[in-house]
Design a protein around this ligand. Structure first.
Ligand code: G3I
Length: 358
């Protein structure tokens, strides 16, 4: 498929692209492969390995297709950890109560195993991608039973194979005062659903590191204050929580310094928790002047990595690999462009990893 038509179909799902190509009798050719690095230069993965850092990204199962080798090759070369973008959410795994389907998730596990990558589990309990049957439950004991079954069945399935889980995702709201988000879980069970989920996950795999994960909590603000109080309260009750994930979905105007991000990460570390950046992407809109925007994007990526390393974070995970496949694909969010060419942000991250003392 020529380059232009490839871009035109960017917003179609990958399976739709395959069907159209097959119907028209076209063979699916891949985009230009990730170009090799000059001899002696290290990849992000090699640089991260050398300092014991996890570096990686979210990958959608559908695009790890044999007809899309550039994505698979790029992800294998540059990342030592992957996350399934959707395949481990409640709907894909357990869309009809108790009838679990691990096919896609296991496909991703195989990919990770083949490439000697770790898997970051995302996500056990979230108000989105939740099946209809969960929304219909009004009885507290029944919902607790469903929650326990889901959390424990999923964690046991991957016991010893998934070392890190986002147990609860986005439970704090964006409303003024950052109260708990009102969801089926808070309505039917109450806020205790959070500690229940952590305890049940821990029972299912005592070795897994269990995380709370949220967005717009990267710097010091009302929402990160609320998350701080939440996890402090959980620790005080002896709930098995081991870390906090900061999604870092930001744009090129985000200031790591101005938002006091390092200070924010540090206060969570001081609670004895691990911290990870879990869904990094840095967007910009419009196209001109693109070079200048790409440089600003590179600076934000570099600043995020610097803050992460400064607090000895254990992972820097991006929400994808190439701009071609991203939930924000029209806003140039990632390290590789539509043609799998590394952007200035890629080199900026490498630079920080090279220059920051271990
Ligand atoms: O799989 C179904 C498919 O069967 C159906 O035909 C199709 C019709 O729309 O939908 C498909 O599911 C979509 C899924 O992505 C897989 O493509 C969902 O509708 C769509 O809502 C879902 O969007 C994902 C979103 O989370 C909601 O789950 C995005 O890809 C994913 O990037 C995004 O990721 C979230 C993190 O999990 C949490 N933090 C924020 C981040 C960005 O929103």
């Amino acid at each position: 498929m020529p380059h232009v038509s490839r871009l035109n179909v960017k917003k179609l799902t990958f399976s739709a692209v395959l069907i159209i190509s097959w119907t028209l009798g076209l063979t699916t050719s891949s985009a230009q492969a990730v170009p090799p690095l000059p001899k002696g230069e290290m990849t992000l993965r090699e640089l991260a390995d050398a300092r014991g850092l996890l570096i990686g990204g979210a990958v959608a199962a559908g695009v790890l297709d044999p007809d899309e080798p550039d994505l698979a090759n790029g992800v294998a070369r540059e990342y030592n950890v992957i996350v399934t973008e959707n395949a481990m959410k409640w709907v894909p795994l357990n869309n009809a109560s108790g009838q679990f389907n691990f096919t896609l998730a296991e496909f991703m596990m195989n990919f990770a195993a083949k490439n000697k990558q770790k898997m970051r589990g995302h996500t056990l309990v979230w108000h989105e991608q939740l099946p209809r049957y969960m929304g219909a439950i009004t009885d507290r004991a029944e919902m607790m039973a469903e929650l326990k079954d889901h959390v424990q069945t999923v964690v046991k399935q991957f016991k010893g194979r998934i070392p890190i889980w986002d147990v609860v995702n986005e439970a704090v709201s964006d409303l003024p005062g950052s109260p708990m988000r009102e969801t089926v879980f808070t309505k039917v069970i109450g806020p205790e659903f959070i500690e229940m989920a952590f305890r049940w996950a821990h029972e299912a795999d005592p070795d897994a590191k269990l995380f709370y994960n949220d967005y717009n909590t990267d710097g010091i603000n009302g929402k990160s204050d609320a998350v701080y109080e939440l996890v402090k309260g959980l620790l005080a009750k002896g709930v098995p929580i081991h870390g906090v994930g900061f999604q870092a979905h930001v744009d090129i105007n985000f200031s790591v310094e101005g938002s006091r991000m390092r200070e924010n990460l540090e206060r969570f570390k001081k609670l004895g928790l691990d911290v990870q950046l879990t869904e990094v992407d840095v967007i910009f809109r419009g196209d001109a002047p693109k070079a200048e925007k790409l440089e600003r994007q590179a600076k934000v990526y570099a600043d995020l990595m610097t803050a992460c390393l400064a607090v000895k974070c254990s992972a820097f995970v991006m929400w994808g690999f190439t701009d071609l496949y991203s939930w924000r694909s029209t806003a140039y969010p990632l390290l590789f462009d539509d043609d799998y060419k590394p952007k200035p942000a890629y080199f900026a991250l490498r630079d920080v990893l090279i220059k920051t003392p271990k």
